[in-house]
Design a protein around this ligand. Structure first.
Ligand code: DC
Length: 218
């Protein structure tokens, strides 16, 4: 029997990497819902739309040819956009665009549809509270803002991107605030989610911990 797993938490807590590894261990599919908001922000900026113009953004999204492949590849109108949606500019723009109710409505409907057959790990901000309220396993993965900034710096360094630690830390704190303070589906731990603090854990330890929680459920 396959189940669904919800992994929520603030930015740069390691949700995406941990979800990828869990998906491999379990033979499940990982859907990175943050990438969906990033794609919408990218689409809006590419078309010179204001990030608040939700009607125009959703219209554009409906007309766009968007593909989220099971292996994590994302295509927009035939172009692979995995990398271009990962810039610091798009991170903040995704957080801003995600405040719009119509945008959330469209993406949440898509996420629910994709996960309907079970065997999915969805990572995001509102998975346990809104998208998959009935997920069999819910994790809230967090870490201190400082740890997350350090981790993001290392990830970016590996990609050849140079960052300023203070700038990155401030961006993370600003994004946390915007994601937690928004009116609709703010970032928060679901009552039935298990809190995992990755501050003093290696990535492997986090994966093992969640894997054990899942195994107990299965
Ligand atoms: O997980 P991420 O950093 O790639 O997400 C980018 C932004 O998208 C995040 O700051 C808030 C928004 N988001 C959201 O509102 N709901 C989700 N389920 C996932 C992401």
């Amino acid at each position: 029997m396959k189940i669904n797993i919800a992994i929520d938490g603030p930015s740069a807590a390691g949700k995406s990497t941990v979800s990828d590894q869990l998906a491999q261990l379990l033979g499940y599919v990982h859907l990175d819902t943050g990438a969906m908001y990033r794609l919408v922000a990218y689409l809006a900026l590419e078309n010179q739309l204001s990030l608040d113009d939700e009607k125009a953004i959703v219209e554009l999204l409906k007309k766009a040819d968007v593909k989220f492949e099971d292996n994590g590849d994302i295509y927009l109108n035939g172009n692979l956009v995995n990398e271009v949606i990962r810039t610091n500019e798009i991170s903040m723009a995704a957080s801003t665009v995600s405040k719009n109710p119509l945008v959330r409505e469209a993406l949440v409907a898509l996420q629910k549809k994709i996960a309907a057959n079970k065997g999915y790990i969805l990572d995001g901000r509102d998975i346990g509270t809104v998208v998959l309220k009935d997920a069999e396993v819910k994790i809230f993965l967090t870490a201190s803002a400082q740890d997350r900034a350090r981790r993001r710096m290392l990830q970016n360094k590996a990609k050849g991107i140079k960052d300023d630690y203070e700038k990155l830390l401030n961006e993370i704190i600003a994004r946390d605030k915007q994601d937690m303070d928004r009116a609709i589906s703010p970032l928060k731990k679901a009552d039935d989610a298990i809190l995992v603090d990755s501050s003093n854990l290696s990535q492997e330890e986090v994966v093992n911990k969640i894997y054990q929680i899942v195994k107990e459920k299965l």
